[in-house]
Design a protein around this ligand. Sequence first.
Ligand code: CAA
Length: 385
Amino acid sequence: MTVVGIHDLSIATASRFLDLALLAERAGIDPDKYRIGLGQDQMSVPAPDEDIVTMAAAAAMPIVERHGASGIRTVLFATESGVDQSKSAAVFVHELLGLDPATRVVELKQACYSATAALQFALGIVARQPEESVLVIAADVARYAVDTAAEPTQGAGAVAMLVTQDPAIAEVEPATGIHTADVDDFWRPNDSDTAVVNGKLSIDAYLDAFVGAWDDYRARGGAAIESIDYFCHHQPFTRMAVKAHQRLAVHTGAALTPAQMESTTRYNRRLGNSYTASLYFALAALLDGEDDLTDRRVGMYSYGSGSIGEFFSLRIRPGYRTALRTEATKRILDSREPLDVDAYRALHAAHSASSEVDREIAPTSPAPFHFIGVQGRARRYARTD
Ligand code: CAA
């Protein structure tokens, strides 16, 4: 049987960040509420020339440089924060990366979940056409209104993955468990560029979908809890993953330990929520950690409000470390520019999805790709390296 899965994984984020202790201080809140209660230290904040397209292209570029573009026949772009109601963000990335015209591109949406749908679809394509590879990209800017309880759970980031046969990093195992339910826990109406959220309901909906997806996974032949070594849970804020882990332990009666998921929160504590990319940042952090994961099984829980939960598992491949990008990820996170609260608030207020008036945006971020403005109601991007 063809083994299919993740052959390469590369990340990008916005060029600026806010230390949440500063936000807590401004709001007169104990910083430990964010640091311990939410499990968040910082959040990435996009500059005016950064969005999901620029982060996605920056995440995918090293993959194309390492493997070449010739095998990539499909680009699946998962996002909650799309930049156009019709045109796929994948078209912009296709152009910025100079991919072959004979490439299928499409955008997928279901809140924070759609990267997992993209991964599953990619596996199907590669299983049928093993000589092809699929570029899966998850990119999001998480935006809530300022002065709300959700404000410290914003963030931004992108993860690009190359899905192939005989993958270098992880095989995706066939069993998968799904739970879908119509819940108004978090959504973003077409006329709003910040999410509407019922925070407490969203936490319950996340956990209910987890239990439902887990039961479906087991019913469909998924691995027993004792044979799963590590767990990556979707991390809107990293304490949510701890709550998920605890719920799974109670639900299954298993003695799960914090060590099975602790290292997965390392990057998300600093990025904040990156919606579709969040689960795959958790995976990147686990892979980059100290434990040798060779032949280990990793449980993956993906949640998208509205709502869908999916649980599936990976088996980490021998020699996986040679494919990792640990140093590059560290450099990307460490090189972000710190903001004070006023500068962050100014960027938040200046954000505009409007295409009514032509405008030019000066490239200010050090990233290789830039959003350079709107012309004739169409968004324009450029590569400047
Ligand atoms: N020191 C330590 N901990 C403290 C503290 C202090 N001084 N003060 C408070 N805390 C703890 C609280 O006890 C609480 O912990 P528990 O959850 O363990 O009880 C935690 O900090 C949060 O405090 P509150 O319960 O008072 O929560 P809040 O009103 O500040 O709101 C939130 C938190 C609901 C997560 C809000 O930030 C929010 O709405 N975020 C957006 C929605 C979200 O992320 N939902 C997650 C599930 S939905 C999903 O996963 C999809 C997605 O990506 C959006």
